[in-house]
Design a binder for this molecule. Structure first.
Ligand SMILES: Cc1cc2nc3c(=O)[nH]c(=O)nc-3n(C[C@H](O)[C@H](O)[C@H](O)COP(=O)(O)OP(=O)(O)OC[C@H]3O[C@@H](n4cnc5c(N)ncnc54)[C@H](O)[C@@H]3O)c2cc1C
Length: 445
């Protein structure tokens, strides 16, 4: 961390953030718009006049989990934001995300935990099977940790619930960032694909794994880790009879799983080795066929769930990550531009922690930013530095661990897989230590 802190020296040279009174902001009040007219983000390129730059105080790029959770957290602390989203609406398709107790602590802290809990089944534990159907081991979460809480949430429901907490018009849809110009000392200039330009006193990049904001700060593209995942949501209109357990099935170079998320929906995934990410396929018939072929001789349950998957929920993703090497990776902020979630730390989904960590980032950052704006207790640079120092020791090891876990589970050597199935899983694995990373506490905002 000593070498890392050297990276901060440059950024701490920039000017301090205007005082709360300059921004018209006091505790409990929303950040004033500094008299700026609302941004016409939907204007066409021809309409956008060159040099016409709208001024905003806090701009969040991306209305995914990180962006919305950051906006909700700041809103609860009395700070107004504008959220730019490239899509025409919130992402409605997609599948589900497993949230462990750290994710739930954040959802509670920002006031949406109890809106979501009644809609999703609480998952009791994990059953691990071999690809021949043999049960290798079963774990119950609460036997290991009474405070553990696991539910798989539908992404679309989570996004809608978060968006519902924000004042109307906070999210600007069809507002795709084309270019970000970060600066150590001045405001961040954001240019949209339709020609509109914004200048932000604080810019928060929540634009996911291909983040343009991160790119403008010197981050490299995330690295493909050698496996891809199919995911889908099986629909049982008359209800299913699965126990609320995560079911993992381990084969050679292929692993799969399914988990009931509601009384009528079951999430499934298949993870497989592939030397390249392969071509982008969007045709759901082809995706379903490819997924089925990978597990054709496996559990008939899994095949049934895949078969009952509506087209709009089946997706294939190449798995990527980016390691935040100390002294090598750029810092999480430049001037007053900062990254949250996958934009900063894309990680493989092997620990089910990408979205949970994005939520954690959001509340930690919001508290620090709001404390500067509301009380002026420190400079914004110090607040962003403190955000990075607090979050980096948590997310870097998690990213590395998730990567190693994926490599171990994706082994296709028959001897290694036999040792895994006959010795490691039945006799050596302990769930408690494996879930220690889900310990994270935060006070309500
Ligand atoms: C196979 C798989 C399984 C996973 N399972 C889990 C799990 O079980 N539990 C878990 O916690 N995590 C899981 N994750 C990780 C999780 O999906 C991510 O960590 C999470 O979605 C990150 O949220 P985000 O908001 O940072 O990014 P995103 O969800 O990618 O959101 C980014 C947003 O920014 C917008 N955007 C992008 N570029 C621009 C632009 N130029 N201009 C404007 N808007 C833009 C996008 O449209 C999007 O709305 C999984 C990931 C994968 C691939």
């Amino acid at each position: 961390m000593a070498t890392r802190s050297l990276l901060f020296l440059n950024s701490s040279l920039s000017t301090s953030f205007p005082s709360p009174s300059l921004l018209g902001l006091h505790r409990g009040r929303r950040l004033a718009m500094s008299g700026a007219a609302p941004i016409r983000l939907s204007m066409s390129g021809a309409e956008a006049e060159a040099g016409d730059v709208r001024k905003e105080d806090i701009v969040i790029v991306g209305a995914g989990i990180a962006g919305l959770a950051t906006a909700v957290s700041l809103h609860r602390l009395g700070v107004r934001t504008v959220v730019l989203e490239q899509a025409e609406s919130l992402r409605t398709g997609g599948t589900s995300l497993t949230f462990f107790k750290n994710g739930w602590r954040v959802l509670d802290a920002i006031g949406v935990g109890n809106l979501l809990r009644p809609r999703f089944l609480e998952i009791q534990g994990i059953t691990v099977k071999a690809d021949d159907g043999r049960e290798l081991r079963s774990f119950i979460f609460k036997d290991e940790d009474e405070s553990q809480e696991v539910r798989a949430l539908e992404r679309s429901v989570l996004l809608e619930t978060l968006a519902d907490q924000l004042p109307k018009d906070t999210i600007k849809f069809s507002a795709k960032l084309a270019k970000a110009e970060t600066s150590q000392s001045t405001e961040t200039l954001l240019e949209l694909t339709n020609g509109a330009k914004l200048s932000a006193k604080i810019a928060i990049g929540c634009d996911g794994i291909r983040s343009l904001v991160a790119k403008s700060m010197g981050f490299s593209e995330p690295k493909y880790v050698g496996h891809c995942a199919f995911r889908g949501l099986g629909l049982f209109p008359n209800g299913h009879s699965y126990k609320p357990m995560v079911n993992y099935i381990y084969g050679r170079g292929v692993r799969a799983g399914y988990v009931p998320i509601t009384p009528t929906k079951v999430y499934w995934f298949i993870c497989f080795n592939s030397s390249t990410p392969g071509p982008k396929i969007t045709d759901p018939t082809v995706l379903k066929k490819q997924a089925t072929e990978l597990v054709n001789n496996w559990s008939s349950e899994l095949l049934k769930i895949i078969d009952l998957t509506p087209d709009d929920t089946i997706i294939k993703s190449p798995l990527v990550d980016r390691w935040l090497w100390p002294a090598i990776s750029p810092p999480a902020f430049v001037g007053k531009t900062v990254l949250v979630g996958d934009a900063w730390h894309p990680m493989t989904p092997n620990l089910g922690q990408g979205a949970c960590c994005a939520l954690e980032d959001a509340v930690v950052l919001a508290r620090k930013v709001a404390s500067v704006l509301n009380s002026g207790s420190t400079t914004m640079e110090d607040a962003l530095k403190s955000y990075e120092s607090e979050r980096w020791p948590r997310i870097f090891p998690m990213t590395v661990r998730a990567n190693f876990m994926g490599s171990l589970l994706q082994w296709d050597n028959s001897t290694v897989c036999s040792v895994r199935n006959n010795v490691v899983i039945p006799k050596l694995v302990r769930l408690g230590p494996m879930l220690e990373h889900t310990n994270f506490d935060c006070e309500p905002l």
